[in-house]
Every structure is written in structure tokens, then in C-alpha cells.
Design a protein around this ligand. Structure first.
Ligand SMILES: Nc1ncnc2c1ncn2[C@@H]1O[C@H](COP(=O)(O)OP(=O)(O)OP(=O)(O)O)[C@@H](O)[C@H]1O
Ligand SMILES: [Mg+2]
Length: 290
């Protein structure tokens, strides 16, 4: 193969962004994650699904150093995430939202985004006290960027409202704006459509596509299967902390093990794994005893 051909081949290869290797997390007697390995490529909208209690949020918490896994590692653009402190995660380009919305409810909408932006600010304690010119200019730039982001997620008209007064769907958009304020390479969303109606969910889908088109890779935990299967190019299925399946949405939808985990043995047996007769999972599955 010629040098040019090798170069062309290398360019066509997807760029690995995150490689998780055999992550294990235990809570007392409960193995919440068991040898979980997967990889995310640049440009992916990577879905993470599984029944309630499967370990999805625990995986997010391990990736973002809120929990320390007992073993395993996770390489993110050359950084070992499991060795970083939680406050260092955003600096290396990984931002997240939370399943239970975590906003400063009594601060304004724009202040919530500005807080996210401070990860990238340079003014130190000295600048904050003296409020010198450089600090004032940086504050103005942060405010400007925060307004741009509110516009980007579609809630610029609420900039000066108190965050806690926003409708639920707008609070989720605000969390996304705050995460984007850190200039992430990878944005991890934990159930962003939870509590949204059909039209809000459609708007969210458009927003996530726009985020991906603008160069941010997305990791998405979601129970809304229509959203996951329509948006994601790859999907990882967890069940009782173990990887049940990984692949393209079309492969996942016809995987009998996935159908069983979501809908129970009856549905899997009835479909025989046949994609034409198998019912696609539509929501969070039952959480039966392991
Ligand atoms: N801090 C904790 N201490 C003890 N057990 C925990 C803790 N966090 C999670 N767990 C347990 O670990 C398991 C996985 O929980 P996790 O929240 O990761 O599930 P999930 O897949 O996000 O579920 P859901 O879809 O309901 O959000 C559950 O059995 C849960 O009770
Ligand atoms: Mg969860």
C-alpha cells in the first residue's frame, strides 16, 4: 500500500475518544458495574441504555470521578479519568448533566451558565478581589458567551429569571447550556428527556443533533427508546452492571437478550429474536432481582 493510501486509510478510521476498560464498581454486596468495557469515537452520539438500576448513572459517576471504581481504567484523549479529581474532569474536556437536575435554583439562569464557564476562566483570587481591568473584561466575555449558549439551547429570553422558576424542560436545557459552557469535547447527558412531553423531546433531539454537528461528541443515557434509536449511532446496553450488548441501534433492537431485559422472557420467546416480530423496547424495563 502506498504512503498516500495508508494516509487516506488512517483518515477514514474513526478517531477513538474514550476507551473504558473493565470498570468494576461495588456498593457493599452489590456489584453495580462488572467488567464494563466500551469505546466512544469522535462524532458519535453514543447511547447507554438498560433497565432501572442497571448501573448507567454509576458508570457516569465513575467516568467523572464522583465514584472511584475498584478496578479498571478509562482513557479519555490520553487522560486516565479514574486518576483525576472531579474538578479536573471538565478541564480535560468532559462535561455532564445530572439525572436529578442540579442547578443553583436561587441564582439567575445566566448566572448558572456563567458558573460553568468559570472552569475556563483565568482570573484568580487576586483578580476577583481587586476587580482589575483584565478581570472585568473576562467577566464581560463570560457573560457574553453565557448569553450565546442560552440562545443556542433556546432559552435566551429567560436569562434573568430565577433558575428554579423555569419549567422542567427548560431546566434540562439550562443544565446542557451550563455543561457546554466548559467547552467539552464529550458531553454526557443523564436522562435529558425525563419529564419532557413529546414536543419538548423532539426539540431536545434537534438540540442534541445540533451539538453533535457542531463537533461535540455525545454520550446519552436515556429511557426513551424512540429517541435513543433515532439519535444514536451506537448503543451500549447494561443489565445488572454487565454489558449485555453493544452495537448499532438496528442490531440492539433485534437482540433477544436486550428484548428480554426490557420486556421479560415472554416477549423474547414470542419474537424468537425475529426483527420483524420483536417488539422494540419503549421504556424502562422491570427491575427484577438478580
Ligand atoms: N451511592 C450508592 N450507594 C449504594 N448503592 C448505590 C449507589 N449508587 C447506586 N447504587 C446502586 O447501584 C445500582 C445501579 O444504580 P444506578 O443509579 O447506576 O442505576 P441506573 O441504571 O442509573 O438506573 P435508573 O435508570 O433508575 O437511573 C442500583 O442497584 C443502585 O441502588
Ligand atoms: Mg440513572
Amino acid at each position: 500500500m502506498s504512503y498516500a493510501a495508508v494516509n487516506e486509510y488512517a483518515r477514514s478510521m474513526p478517531e477513538l475518544l474514550l476507551v473504558a476498560n473493565k470498570l468494576n464498581k461495588r456498593f457493599g454486596g452489590l456489584q453495580a458495574l462488572s467488567d464494563v468495557s466500551f469505546s466512544i469515537c469522535k462524532g458519535d452520539i453514543y447511547g447507554l441504555i438498560g433497565p432501572n438500576g442497571a448501573g448507567k448513572t454509576t458508570l457516569f459517576n465513575c467516568l467523572t470521578s464522583l465514584y472511584a471504581p475498584e478496578s479498571g481504567n478509562c482513557n479519555f484523549m490520553g487522560h486516565q479519568l479514574t486518576r483525576l479529581q472531579p474538578h479536573e474532569i471538565a478541564k480535560v474536556g468532559l462535561a455532564r448533566t445530572f439525572q436529578n437536575i442540579r442547578l443553583f435554583a436561587s441564582l439567575s439562569v445566566i448566572e448558572n451558565v456563567m458558573i460553568g464557564r468559570h472552569v475556563r476562566s483565568r482570573a484568580g483570587v487576586f483578580g476577583a478581589i481587586t476587580r482589575n481591568r483584565a478581570t472585568r473584561e473576562e467577566e464581560a466575555a463570560i457573560e457574553h458567551r453565557a448569553l450565546q449558549l442560552l440562545d443556542y439551547v433556546g432559552i435566551a429570553d429567560r436569562a434573568n429569571d430565577v433558575a428554579g422558576a423555569l419549567p422542567y424542560g427548560d431546566q434540562r436545557r439550562l443544565e446542557i447550556a451550563r455543561a457546554l459552557a466548559t467547552d467539552p469535547v464529550l458531553l454526557a447527558l443523564d436522562e435529558p428527556a425525563a419529564g419532557m412531553n413529546a414536543s419538548e423531546t423532539l426539540g431536545l433531539r434537534r438540540l442534541i443533533e445540533k451539538i453533535r454537528d457542531d463537533g461535540v461528541t455525545v454520550l446519552l443515557i436515556e429511557h426513551d427508546m424512540k429517541l435513543v434509536m433515532g439519535l444514536c449511532n451506537r448503543v451500549l446496553v447494561l443489565d445488572y452492571g454487565k454489558v449485555l450488548a453493544e452495537g448499532r441501534p438496528s442490531e440492539i433492537q433485534r437482540n433477544p437478550k436486550v428484548i428480554e431485559a426490557y420486556l421479560g422472557l415472554g416477549a423474547a420467546a414470542a419474537s424468537g429474536g425475529n426483527p420483524d416480530t420483536a417488539a422494540a423496547p419503549t421504556g424502562p424495563g422491570p427491575k427484577s432481582a438478580p
